[in-house]
Design a protein around this ligand. Sequence first.
Ligand SMILES: [Fe+2]
Length: 264
Amino acid sequence: MIFLHISDIHFLREYIKEEVGYNSIFNNMTNPIIQIKRVLEKIDKNILDFIIITGDLVESGDSEDYRILKENLDSLFEGIPYIVTLGNHDNKKEFYKGWFNEGLKDEPYNTMMEIGKLKIISFDNSEYHNNNGTITLDRCNWLREELKKDTDKDVILMLHHHLLKNQFNLPPVSFDKDFEDIVNESSIIGIFSGHTHHPYKGIFAGKPYFTAGSLSFVGYDEEDGKVRFEEATKCNLCRYEDGKIFVDIIDILEESKFLTRIKF
Ligand SMILES: [Fe+2]
């Protein structure tokens, strides 16, 4: 089985453009929908069995952004099943309204999808505008119960915020021993995250762990607290074979594109 792991799309139907500061990232950024299209052309989408998207679907957008994004993804993926999780730039209320036309919902988006022998669990460890993410007791309990079911399946766990301290210069989401034990004792065969915008491969709680790059922008630290932002063009092409996961990084970059430099 072959699947695509994409992350941190940060879509908006119209970006706020500013000369300086955070919004200056978006002045010359290629729209992520175009980047997803380029990925699908590069790999030939007919090889894909499914697609996972690990959060920051929109750049703090509203329900209409979600509706338009979904419409675009449905048309680009042409029936390939896909599953999403939410990130810190996703407002849950706007997401439920735009994605499902459910106007009154404002709660963590925990869900799952089964494909053949695989069960994909989308675990929400995000809170709107909380850069550090969260794993509450309630969410942990949901995960435990979900992992108890269908134990004959191989499980893929997808979440937005990263889990390993050494993978990035911002701290991972906090979790307690209980979360680590739940993961360690489960039939999870791969964990997939986003948030950092930088690809990474490692091990978490004894399980293979992969972070995807982004298809919007990526930051590189420079001296004096400055960060150089470039267009981001990476995602992961993954294979599930004999109960194991293999991951290749895909890059659609032709040449690097400078977006802005910000002093934080
Ligand atoms: Fe992001």
